[in-house]
Design a protein around this ligand. Sequence first.
Ligand code: ATP
Ligand code: MG
Length: 391
Amino acid sequence: MNRVLLVRYAEIHLKGLNRPFFERLLVDRIKKALEPIRPNVEREQGRVFIYDVPEDSLSVCVDRLCRVFGIHSVSVARCVEKDWNAIHAAALAETASYAASKEKLTFKCFARRADKRFPMTSDQLCRELGHEILETYPNLSVDVHHPELSVTVEIRQTHAFVYSGEVLGAGGMPVGSNGKAMLLISGGIDSPVAGYMIAKRGVQLDAVHFYSYPYTSERARDKVIELTKLVSRYAGMIHLYLVPFTDIQMTIYDKCPSTETTVLMRRLMMKIAERIAKDTGSQALITGESIGQVASQTIESLCVTDDAVSMPVFRPLIGFDKEEIVEKAQKIGTFETSILPYEDCCTVFVPKHPVTKPKVDKLRESEALVDFEPLICKAIEQTERMDVQSV
Ligand code: ATP
Ligand code: MG
């Protein structure tokens, strides 16, 4: 019996006239995610069907599909002729392993007819299937309110599909449906989660990382590359820009007031990120900041940071507690890498008493103590680009 993956869309159904664009993009993303397996991906009446998946690749495919934004859920279905005998045989086969696994089990049948020409109504289908299942598996009983097992039949134009259960996908919208933004990625817990959340809204990601050799190590850099890879499992290909930041950082420490070094450093990071973003087609910056988490994330500090750039800055974690961010990081699989103990350039030379209520005018003055322009240009010139992708 042929197995087919049945994919339900997340928010795409809301998109009115743009819907074909979203659907095509989703199909492209699905094909990319399943590239090595090369199954046959087809769109039909508000669903995507994936045919020709080898039996032993089914679970890998489901796993990958659950990382494609735009997918609400996936079911592994049996695809049969639109014929009662074939349908009921499939429903019995679908139920068999569940029936064998438990002494007693409750179930319910669901039926949906996209093809109204099918001679049985949905109600009839449910009743007849329920009857067959009860006859075949005496340890099963019907519970219409809280069934342990749901057996669903969908009658579509070409075939009938029989399945039990569904695996929830990542939701959101297909990457590329909502422009492109530049993620400032550190080696910490927050920024990979921030990138994930914006990519989930359909935004394609680029990323920029600032490192300070020799104060930050090669391993810290590798960790950021690894984190970018982990985010790319969901977000697709990410161009990662690695910017040498030592000269700028040392100059700030030498020439600017010590209480302001962190905020100044953040302003310069934002400026460089914005320039690279503009040159490479990103429309916004993304950071992992949340209000009050550290001195450089008070409302005043965030205002001073924003003042350094004209692009919008997306901070999807702004209202999250650390605990909530950690939970999300664990769920998406970045946490274990994030907590590896390598220094980030933000954590070297942290001032003892950082300003927590910096003023924009004062910070602009301090920044003007140095002509940063040549240093910014040099850092951008020496920036290295890596194409990071993992499925
Ligand atoms: P994270 O866990 O993401 O490192 P954090 O709580 O440690 O965040 P900060 O170190 O103040 O916070 O950094 C705030 C944000 O600034 C980060 O979420 C990230 O977006 C950006 N950022 C910090 N350090 C770097 C860096 N070295 N390169 C690029 N972006 C950075
Ligand atoms: Mg950090």
